[in-house]
Design a binder for this molecule. Sequence first.
Ligand code: FAD
Length: 312
Amino acid sequence: MYDLIIIGGGPAGLTATIYALRKRLNVLLITKDLGGKTNYRLQCPDLDHHLVINGEEVVNRFVNEIEYLDFARVMDKTEGVERVHDGFRVRTRSGKEYAGKALIIATGANAQRLDVPGEKNFMMRGLCYSAVSYAPLFIDRETVVIGDGSLALRATAELAQIGKQVTLIAPTHGELDTPLGKRLLALPNVTLMEGYRVEAVQGDEYARAIVVKSGANVHEIRASAFFVELDLIPNSGLASDLVDCDSKGCIKIDERNRTNVPGVFAAGDVTDAFAEQVLISIGEGAKAALAAYEYLLEQPVTELAGHGERPY
Ligand SMILES: Cc1cc2nc3c(=O)[nH]c(=O)nc-3n(C[C@H](O)[C@H](O)[C@H](O)COP(=O)(O)OP(=O)(O)OC[C@H]3O[C@@H](n4cnc5c(N)ncnc54)[C@H](O)[C@@H]3O)c2cc1C
């Protein structure tokens, strides 16, 4: 039995794994990939990328270390997690089962897609899913934000502060009546297109325009970049029968990354922690590993397991 099983190899899970290894825990990382969403990079013509904070150096260093320490990782998809008498059992797509005394869930969250023609061609080529990361690049530019919830409003506010013009495509009235929504609508460089939906993304090497439609009204809007800011979908399904989640499906954690189940911790975008950013996930992963270490210190001594894959 492992001391600790970590599910998910993005910034949160990678950092948790490195911290657990440093604490000499018998740890296993189960993940579909190494790096998670840091493998995405926005490309746009004529942009000064030094303004993007992406934590690349830290994440790459941890990826290299874990690639080398192959006894501490399994590349597989986790399909289920359940409680057993002395810990937790994790089931993977390849049919293997692993047991751990403690768990860290760090499976991230996915951005919602528009699901329209052109989206796949221009994804991360002028069509972006993280304004909080890339907005600082768009000084004096014209941009478009798509969405009507808090992510879209926050993106519009940030882009309007530095940009020339922001067009907000809000499919519904959403959160426009909130104090932030009202404040945005009063800004001279924000244009609201309420009730419009995106029909297509167009461009050459990069996205250059979107086609939006409301009833019989169809418009083509050209801009430097297009930000899809719909609610994130947390990858918490595998543990939703085990731990408490909020109404959006984010795993609820306390200040030490503890869930409501003793021995189960969570970190990064899959949780209800504030803001989805690489550096925040790195910090959350470190906290979760240290909290799991403290939890394990308090458990009764049992047979010591060595490193290596231990089918349950
Ligand atoms: C397009 C885009 C660009 C971004 N750019 C930046 C940026 O420049 N700077 C910045 O700070 N933030 C950026 N962000 C946000 C940042 O990437 C995330 O906040 C961060 O990666 C979250 O880390 P995480 O470890 O919680 O989750 P993720 O990075 O999402 O990693 C989740 C991991 O869990 C694995 N996983 C998921 N489900 C399973 C399963 N069932 N079994 C096994 N493994 C599983 C995945 O394969 C992945 O390895 C960007 C986000 C997006 C969408």
